[in-house]
Design a protein around this ligand. Structure first.
Ligand code: ADP
Ligand code: MG
Length: 591
């Protein structure tokens, strides 16, 4: 038998390595932008076609490369940024692994034109699938111009698994944002299919954040600044009342590198103490600066996971500085959360007379009378018959002379209680309404007869670039559900109509909430887009807790709920109806 082990060819090895470094067009954008930053560029232009599936081009005015370097840069482990292992502990650049260009060249058609400012002529090189196809001198401005075309052209399976253009472009925007936020002093432009998405002049951090996320953020940024021997923390956190239910504006950077850090995320959340609305996540843009020898950025190829030497102490420092920033801005007293669902406790003042509430007692009642207390109670309170019939009349205000048309009772403006044969039915009002709206929207979609209610005053809504992409992704399905929302370009859409079921007041706010909901549902793989959108729309427009319902509204809600295919669970699978069995109730009142 002959030996069977052989060393893989460079091209195959590069393709395997590319799997880790280049997952999608956005990875290419990130790597090329970081290289341009490392080259000391002051202006970087990113040009994308078809969400990067056709073309990704990054043009910089940085240091450029010599003819030899321009050839060598495509070799694996070719880097100008570190020389020995000890340099790993003093990294100041974005890149250092020398893998990105080799990986790209293995899975795409890459061409580079580059010239150092002092050279007269530049170099043009083309590589595809790790094969050098062309090398020639070229007239080109100082700096480097990379073009990556037909990504994954030689790995059809990978190419097939790329998502829709909207989704891939959203990933590109996210990576773009990470790089531009860490380099506010560099000017950036992003162009997609000939449309300018971002034009960010060199500026300070605050202006850069506004440039990236829209003018609205300006009103809710609180500066953060702490310096200790271990770490320096700077940046901004969002005011608590601007926290959102989904992720999207949470950024940690270490020595100007974007990282994810769930443990530090918790520290930030804890810093807000109890002042966040439930399930809300504050925005933050937090920059750590530390001695490079105190962190290990080498643990993951895409370098978004970083290990710190003393994470517990840093946790404490983050917590303290977030608290301090919030306190300094004296925010706590001016908090203005929505009052919905919150019980107002009136404050007593000295000159207000306190009234003892009226309690009606039965003066003839003798607790020691008779053997069978249940029978006795039934007699004393005739409304407590076996079906609890009429029990709710107890709670009718005396002045209400109207004949009650139902026997439902709303508790805490959250649950509807309704007596049924076997006991008491408890209905969660918000979830019930969600289910009703959801099924109606899906039905309208199936019949292809969505009913749009045209709004007299179409509302133009401006979104941030990433959310705009999400919205565009949703438009087709939204239309099927009865929304009339049109792309206006420039990160804006115009709402012309809402489904008849939905109230179109504050359409902009509702649309933003739907986008948030849709994003948060994207993790759920088993749900198709139309259902996801119907769910997001139903969740957004369902009546909320805290809304008081009239008798008629309660009755309608119950009737409509039980006309649904699945009245028991909300579209996201949460319980809507629970019956408290009479037997169960009786058990509570056993002696
Ligand atoms: P790394 O960035 O980890 O060093 P890359 O594969 O991304 O590895 O790049 C390899 C080398 O090519 C870099 O170290 C750098 O010397 C050179 N290079 C890449 N992009 C540029 C650029 N835009 N301008 C100048 N040099 C570049
Ligand atoms: Mg690099």
């Amino acid at each position: 038998m002959s030996d069977i082990i052989h060393v893989l060819s460079e091209a195959v090895a590069n393709q395997i390595a590319a799997g880790e470094v280049i997952q999608r067009p956005a990875s290419v954008v990130k790597e090329l932008m970081e290289n341009a930053v490392d080259a000391g560029a002051s202006a970087i232009k990113v040009v994308i076609k078809d969400a990067g599936k056709t073309l990704i081009q990054v043009v910089d005015n940085g240091c450029g490369m010599s003819e030899v370097d321009a050839t060598v840069c495509f070799e694996r482990h070719a880097t100008s940024k570190i020389k020995s292992a000890k340099d790993l502990f003093a990294i100041q650049t974005c890149g250092f692994r020398g893998e990105a260009l080799a990986s790209m060249a293995a899975v795409a058609e890459v061409s580079v034109k580059t010239r150092r400012p002092g050279d007269e002529l530049g170099t043009h090189i083309r590589v595809a699938g790790s094969r050098f196809e062309l090398q020639e001198p070229v007239q080109t401005p100082p700096g480097t111009n990379f073009q990556v075309k037909n990504l994954f052209f030689n790995i059809p399976a990978r190419r097939k698994f790329l998502k829709s253009d909207h989704t891939e472009f959203r990933h590109i925007i996210n990576e773009f944002n990470h790089v531009v936020l860490t380099h506010p002093d560099v000017g950036f432009t992003l162009i997609h299919n000939q449309t300018e998405i971002f034009q960010l002049p060199p500026s300070n951090l605050r202006q850069r954040i506004i440039g990236v996320l829209g003018k609205a953020v300006n009103s809710y940024l609180i500066p953060l600044e702490t310096e200790t021997t271990l770490i320096k923390i700077s940046g901004f956190i969002g005011k608590p009342e601007h926290a959102k239910k989904t992720y999207g504006e949470q950024f940690f950077f270490v020595n100007n590198r974007f990282i994810r850090h769930p443990y530090f995320h918790k520290a930030v959340i804890n810093g807000y103490d109890q002042i966040l609305a439930p399930d809300h996540i504050p925005s933050y843009f937090i920059f750590f600066e530390t001695d490079p020898s105190k962190i290990d950025v080498n643990i993951h190829p895409s370098k978004t996971e970083v290990k710190f030497e003393d994470e517990r102490s840093i946790w404490q420092i983050i917590l303290a500085s977030v608290r301090e920033a919030i306190g300094r801005n004296n925010l706590s007293p001016s908090l203005d959360f929505s009052k919905e669902g919150v019980i107002d406790i009136p404050v007593l003042t000295k000159d207000v007379e306190v009234k003892v509430p009226d309690i009606n007692t039965n003066p003839g009642y003798n607790p020691f009378e008779g053997e069978n207390s249940y029978e006795r109670d039934k007699k004393a309170t005739p409304y407590l018959d076996d079906r609890f019939e009429g029990w709710e009349q107890l709670f009718e205000p005396a002045s209400n002379t109207a004949v009650t048309i139902n026997r439902n009772l709303q508790v805490k403006n959250k649950y509807i209680l309704s007596p049924v044969k076997s006991g008491v039915m408890v209905i969660d009002q918000k979830r019930a309404h969600e289910r009703i709206l959801y099924e109606r929207m899906l039905a309208a979609q199936e019949k292809q007869q969505p009913l749009a209610q045209q709004s007299l005053f179409p509302e133009t809504i401006s979104l941030n670039a990433a959310d705009y992409q999400v919205c565009l992704e949703m438009l087709g399905d939204l239309e099927k559900l009865g929304f009339d929302i049109r792309d206006f370009g420039n990160n804006c859409v115009v709402v012309h109509g809402f489904p008849t079921d939905m109230n179109s007041t504050s359409a902009g706010q509702k649309l933003e909430m739907m986008v948030e909901q849709f994003k948060s549902l994207q993790g759920e793989i088993n749900v198709g887009d139309p259902e996801r959108i119907a769910r997001a729309a139903a969740q957004t427009s369902a009546i909320n807790y805290g809304k008081q319902l009239s008798d008629l509204e309660m009755q309608q809600l119950i009737d409509q709920l039980f006309a649904c295919n699945n009245p028991n669970y909300s579209p996201s699978g949460k319980l809507i109806v629970k019956i408290l069995e009479l037997e169960e109730l009786d058990n509570h009142f056993k002696e």
